[in-house]
Design a protein around this ligand. Structure first.
Ligand SMILES: *[C@@H]1O[C@H](CO)[C@@H](O)[C@H](O)[C@H]1NC(C)=O
Ligand SMILES: *[C@@H]1O[C@H](CO)[C@@H](O)[C@H](O)[C@H]1NC(C)=O
Ligand SMILES: *[C@@H]1O[C@H](CO)[C@@H](O)[C@H](O)[C@H]1NC(C)=O
Length: 269
C-alpha cells in the first residue's frame, strides 16, 4: 500500500513538473541602469525576454509589466500588432527590431525616449493555455550631467580646510564620500549636504578636516556613487597648502589698495 501511494506521488510530481516546464522564460536581458546622458542620448531602452514553449502548448500571451502594471501585450495568434498600454501607448517602437524573427521581435520591448519615471521593476510574463512563467529585474534610469566639481579653501581662523564637492543634474540621489589618498581620513561627520531638486537633483556636499591632518600635495578625491547600481564617478584635486596663503596675500593686497584709495579720496577733499 505504502509503495503504491509513493508511486502515485512520484507520478503526480513528474506530471506537475512537466506542466510547469511547458512555458519557460530562459532569461530576461535588461540593463541594470540606463544613463540618459552621454552616449545613450536618443537611444531607446531595450528589454529582451527569451522564452520557450512546448510544441503542444499554445495560446501564448506575452506581457511586459512595470511594477506589476501591464505596459505591453503581444498575442502571437492575433493578427494585430502588439501594443503599448497606459502611458506606454505611444512609446513602444515596433520597427526597431524589424529584421529579427517575429518571436524575438515582439518579445523584446523597445521603449522610446526613456525618462527617470521609467525606473522600476520590469517583468516579462508569459501565459499559455497550460502554464505560466514570469521573470523580473530592476532598471534604474540615471541622469548625470557634466562633471563633478571639487573645490577647497583654507580657513586660517578655524585652522581647517573646507572641501566642497558639487554635482549638478543627477538622478537618483548619489552617495558622496571624501578620501585623502585612498583613505577616508578624519573629515567632519556628518558631512553637510544641500540638495536642490527640480527634475534632477543638484547636490553639494562639504567636509572639513584639520589643517594638521593633511599634507601638501596630497590627493583629495570626491567619490560619487549611486547605491544599488554599479555606478561610480570621481573628481580629484592635489591639495596645495599655499593656496590659502595666496588667498590671504590677495586679501592683504586688496586691503592695502582700499586704504590707498581711501587716502587718495580723503586727500582730494
Ligand atoms: C523593486 O523590487 C525590489 C525588491 O523586490 C523592491 O525593494 C523595490 O521597492 C521595487 N521597486 C519598485 C519601484 O517597486
Ligand atoms: C584622526 O584620526 C586618528 C586615528 O586615525 C586619531 O588618532 C586622531 O586623534 C584623529 N584626529 C582628530 C582631530 O580627530
Ligand atoms: C541645478 O543646476 C543646473 C545646472 O547648473 C541649473 O541650471 C539649475 O537651475 C539648478 N537647479 C536648482 C534647483 O538649483
Amino acid at each position: 500500500m505504502k509503495s503504491i501511494v509513493l508511486h502515485i506521488i512520484v507520478l503526480l510530481t513528474l506530471y506537475l513538473a512537466r506542466e510547469c516546464q511547458a512555458v519557460k522564460i530562459n532569461k530576461i536581458s535588461v540593463p541594470s541602469y540606463f544613463d540618459l546622458h552621454s552616449e545613450n542620448k536618443n537611444q531607446p531602452l531595450i528589454l529582451e525576454c527569451d522564452y520557450d514553449t512546448d510544441d503542444d502548448d499554445t495560446g501564448v500571451v506575452l506581457k511586459w509589466l512595470l511594477n506589476s502594471v501591464s505596459i505591453y501585450q503581444w498575442i502571437p495568434l492575433n493578427t494585430v500588432n502588439p501594443t503599448g498600454l497606459k502611458s506606454f501607448k505611444n512609446r513602444i517602437d515596433l520597427e526597431y527590431n524589424k529584421d529579427l524573427p517575429e518571436k524575438q521581435r515582439y518579445s523584446t520591448l523597445v521603449i522610446k525616449n526613456p525618462t527617470i519615471a521609467d525606473t522600476g521593476n520590469y517583468s516579462c510574463d508569459v501565459q499559455t493555455f497550460k502554464s505560466h512563467d514570469r521573470k523580473t529585474a530592476p532598471i534604474t534610469i540615471v541622469y548625470v550631467d557634466d562633471s563633478i566639481k571639487l573645490n577647497y579653501f583654507i580657513d586660517e581662523i578655524e585652522n581647517q580646510v573646507n572641501f566642497e564637492c558639487s554635482i549638478n543634474q543627477i538622478y537618483p540621489l548619489p552617495e558622496v564620500t571624501f578620501l585623502i589618498g585612498n583613505e577616508a581620513r578624519n573629515f567632519s561627520s556628518p558631512l553637510e549636504t544641500h540638495v536642490f531638486t527640480n527634475i534632477y537633483h543638484n547636490i553639494s556636499v562639504s567636509a572639513q578636516i584639520n589643517k594638521e591632518e593633511i599634507e601638501d600635495d596630497e590627493e583629495v578625491t570626491c567619490l560619487v556613487r549611486i547605491p544599488t547600481i554599479d555606478y561610480e564617478k570621481k573628481a580629484s584635486v592635489h591639495y596645495d597648502e599655499n593656496y590659502g596663503h595666496m588667498i590671504r596675500a590677495n586679501l592683504l593686497l586688496s586691503i592695502i589698495m582700499y586704504l590707498i584709495l581711501l587716502m587718495i579720496k580723503s586727500m582730494a577733499f
